[in-house]
Design a protein. Structure first.
Length: 250
C-alpha cells in the first residue's frame, strides 16, 4: 500500500512504547499479599504455583479468543479466576473483592523501559500536530498509564485505550475505532503501530486503518504471519519510525 500521511498514530504499549524482560510470574510481594488475603489457607509455594499455572491458562485463553473476529476482554475478577480456581471458596472470594488492585500489582513490571527512539517519535508527532493514542491489550491499563507518567511521557498521548477498560481486546477492531473517535480522526487516516501480526496488524486491517506498521519485538519473532496479515511497513524501533513519519508529511 502507498504510504499515507498520518493524521493520528495508534500505538501499542508492550513491544512498541515499552519493553520488559521476562520477570517472575510470582513476585514475592504479590505472593505475600495473596497469602494474607487467603487467611493463611495456602502456603507461599502453593500460591506461587497457582500464579504460574494461572498465567499459562490466561495466556492460552488470550490465544484462543484472539482467533475470534471480535474478542471481548475479561474483568479483573474473571482473570484472577485462572489463578484461584482450585482455592478454598473464602480465599477465592477475598481475591475477587481485591481483583483490581491485585491486577495492577500483577501487571506492573519494574523492568519496563521506554523503547529506543520512542521519545523521538512522540516529538515528531507533536511537532506536526499529530495526536497519538495508546491501543493496548492488558490485564490492567492503570499500570501502563502510571508507567508512562513516571517516565514523563503520559502527557504526549491524547487518549489511552486499554482492553480491561474498554471491555474488548485486539484484534477486535473496536479498539482502533475507539481511539480514532477519541482523537477525532477518521480511522482510515490513522497509522497503527504494533508488534504482533495476529493482534495488531489484524486489528488494523479489520478496523480499516490507513497504514499498518509492524515494530519488531521478541513477540514478533514468535509469530508466523499469514499472507493476509502482512503490514504495510516494518521497523526495528522508534529511531526508524520517526523519520518515516516525517517523510510522510506533505
Amino acid at each position: 500500500m502507498e504510504r499515507i500521511e498520518p493524521r493520528a498514530l495508534l500505538m501499542d504499549f508492550g513491544g512498541v512504547l515499552a519493553d520488559a524482560p521476562r520477570e517472575s510470574l510470582a513476585p514475592p510481594a504479590l505472593v505475600s499479599r495473596l497469602r494474607a488475603l487467603a487467611g493463611g489457607a495456602l502456603t507461599d509455594d502453593a500460591i506461587a504455583r497457582a500464579l504460574v499455572e494461572g498465567a499459562a491458562a490466561y495466556a492460552r485463553w488470550r490465544d484462543e479468543v484472539g482467533a475470534l473476529d471480535e474478542p471481548a476482554e475479561l474483568t479483573h475478577a474473571e482473570a484472577w479466576d485462572f489463578v484461584t480456581r482450585a482455592w478454598p471458596a473464602a480465599a477465592r472470594e477475598a481475591v475477587r473483592r481485591e481483583a483490581t488492585p491485585l491486577a495492577y500489582a500483577w501487571a506492573w513490571r519494574p523492568s519496563w523501559a521506554v523503547r529506543p527512539g520512542i521519545p523521538e517519535v512522540l516529538a515528531a508527532a507533536a511537532a506536526a500536530g499529530i495526536p497519538v493514542a495508546v491501543v493496548s491489550n492488558t490485564l490492567c491499563g492503570a499500570a501502563h498509564r502510571d508507567f508512562l507518567d513516571q517516565v514523563g511521557l503520559g502527557d504526549r498521548f491524547a487518549v489511552q485505550i486499554y482492553s480491561d477498560e474498554a471491555g474488548v481486546r485486539k484484534p477486535n477492531p473496536r479498539m482502533a475505532w475507539l481511539a480514532a473517535e477519541a482523537v477525532g480522526v477518521p480511522v482510515g487516516e490513522c497509522w497503527f503501530v504494533g508488534d504482533s501480526y495476529a493482534r495488531d496488524v489484524a486489528c488494523a486491517r479489520r478496523a480499516g486503518v490507513g497504514y499498518a506498521v509492524l515494530m519488531r519485538s521478541p513477540r514478533t519473532a514468535r509469530e508466523t504471519p499469514t499472507p493476509d496479515l502482512l503490514p504495510d511497513a516494518s521497523v526495528d524501533d522508534g529511531h526508524t519510525l520517526a523519520p518515516m513519519i516525517r517523510a510522510s508529511l506533505t
